[in-house]
Write a protein of this length. Structure first.
Length: 531
């Protein structure tokens, strides 16, 4: 019934979209939308003069300063906790929570009736819905995406090879922010009687700040975050993803000669149907998909990158010298800041959304009694997303000679094609593989952001089936709109909504750091005592 309702809505919406496309109505709507929301975008992306020729968005300062503060407050947890995090994902410390042996035999009927996953059976009965690994992949699926491909191409085009160095630094700093917000997400989550988890900044802002005597502030910040999160889920987490994926698919199938030309609605309906099938099942269904898609797409992308690097192995040393030299000359530093922390960060929310607060929503669903255990797992996310995947993209672009100032004015769709061309210069058939990867990136990002948006939606409008399916149907309709529309103003606004999430979230993180310190000390003590 639920799936039929979704399909019916898409079919009813289809003729309207066709008429809008033929008349260019989408462009008129986009222009009107831009005129109505431009003031908000201008506030969020207000630029502060940094030097004679460089302006920096103000939103970057609290993110960078906050990440640096958390790094030192927690005694370099992003480095000290790295191997602990890997061991948590491996299940080495599951015994601390009284879990059974990993190799316990489980009958098929145990997990097929309620849609559970064999990977989580061993920790059934503990608070939460998914395993550490599934929570990590669900969050990674929202961050490993088009920003790793398009954003990096723009970054190195503006900042040169040296921008890669600052990208790596940013990734390491972001690990600390992610650790803090995801620990708080688990600590202050709500768990319904049926085991459904509701968590994220909305809850730790309201509940955490109330305990500090700041109940009024907490309520206001929580509502603001929820509003911004819903807007971000429809825009940057949905329409932008499917729009860019469609443009790349259209390009590799012939461009204007492609059978998909001016048929974005068709691509959108297919994607919306697939997304709808997954998101109706909730976080368990999403986690089942992401714990297979994310490793697969990361392995494919990193594997292709390694193939290029091996094929051009004689240029690797030169590439690293370009990165180091470019990072520390004035042009490289200015370009790196603009390219990574402005272009790449604006388009991919710093590539890993550290400090934005979104990932804590997915991590909140983990099965654990120790909030800091999931904080540890979460710090791996920026490392995988930025330090590994983004760096691989940058090295391929540098080694294949696709970094030049003339590419600095590229938009995201063109930047994706630049990366595709870089891989294609070594692997002739890779643009096709990249198109598949981009579709997977876009799909996984959309299903995870649908969960983020729904959690925020339910916080504002209540936890019942009517509000749940209202949001999910709206989300799928926006998939179709995104694939068929011109999105200039819409994407600018949705980017602003995502970055606006940082404001209430970062206030909460700074005020609640002592609580995180208590949790990490409790967990590390348990590890020490438990062996």
């Amino acid at each position: 019934m639920k799936k039929h309702s979704l399909l019916t809505c898409l079919l009813l919406f289809f003729p309207i979209l066709l008429q809008a496309q033929s008349q260019g109505l989408d462009e008129k709507i986009d222009a009107a939308f831009g005129a109505a929301t431009g003031w908000f975008v201008n506030i969020i992306f207000y630029q502060i003069p940094f030097s004679e020729n460089v302006n920096v968005f103000w939103v970057l300062f609290p993110l960078i300063i906050g990440a640096t503060y958390f790094t030192f407050y927690f005694n370099l947890i992003n480095f000290r906790g790295f191997f602990t995090a890997i061991n948590v994902v491996r299940g080495k410390y599951d015994h601390l929570e009284g879990r059974t042996d990993h190799n316990v035999a489980v009958a098929d009927t145990v997990f097929t009736d309620d849609g559970d996953n064999p990977d989580t059976i061993r920790i059934e009965g503990h608070s939460g819905e998914v395993s550490h690994f599934q929570a990590l992949t669900a969050a990674l699926s929202a961050t490993v995406g088009l920003g790793n491909i398009a954003g990096v191409a723009i970054a190195v085009s503006i900042g040169g090879a040296g921008a890669t160095f600052w990208m790596i630094v940013a990734g390491f700093l972001g690990m600390a922010s992610k650790f803090v917000e995801c620990t708080l997400g688990v600590k202050y989550r709500d768990i319904e009687s049926d085991g459904t988890v509701y968590g994220g900044p909305m809850y730790y802002l309201r509940k955490g700040l109330k305990l500090k005597g700041l109940e009024g502030l907490g309520k206001v910040l929580a509502v603001l975050f929820a509003i911004f999160c819903i807007g971000g889920s429809f825009g940057g987490g949905n329409m932008f993803q499917v729009n860019q994926a469609f443009q790349l698919v259209e390009n590799i199938t012939g461009g204007e000669a492609s059978f998909l030309h001016n048929r974005g609605w068709l691509f959108g309906i297919i994607m919306a149907t697939l997304v709808g099938i997954v998101i109706i099942g909730g976080i368990k269904k999403i986690a089942k998909v992401t714990d297979k898609i994310v490793p697969f797409m990361v392995v494919i992308y990193v594997g292709a990158s390694l193939f290029v690097l091996i094929a051009k192995y004689d240029l690797i040393g030169t590439a690293f010298m370009e990165i180091i030299n470019g990072a520390f000359n004035p042009q490289g530093i200015a370009g790196g800041v603009i390219g990574v922390l402005v272009q790449g960060f604006r388009r991919a929310a710093f590539s890993n959304e550290a400090g934005i607060g979104s990932a804590s929503i997915a991590h909140s669903a983990v099965k654990t009694e120790y909030p800091a255990s999931e904080g540890m797992v979460a710090l791996l996310e920026p490392f995988i997303d930025t330090v590994i995947v983004c760096t691989m993209t940058a090295l391929v672009l540098i080694i294949t000679g696709h970094v030049s100032a003339e590419n600095a004015t590229l938009n995201d769709a063109q930047a994706i094609l630049l990366t595709s061309s870089a891989f294609g210069s070594v692997i002739s058939w890779f643009p096709i593989i990249l198109a598949i990867a981009v579709i997977l990136f876009a799909f996984s990002t959309m299903i995870s952001w649908s969960y983020y948006g729904f959690q925020a939606w339910s916080y504002l409008f209540g936890r019942n089936k009517r509000t749940e399916y209202t949001y999910k149907i709206l989300f799928c309709i926006f998939v179709v709109i995104g694939s068929a529309s011109s999105l200039g103003s819409v994407i600018g606004f949705s980017d602003a909504m995502i970055f606006a999430m940082m404001v209430p979230n970062m206030i909460g993180l700074v005020l609640l750091t002592p609580k995180v310190k208590e949790e990490v000390n409790r967990y590390l003590s348990a590890i020490k005592a438990g062996g």
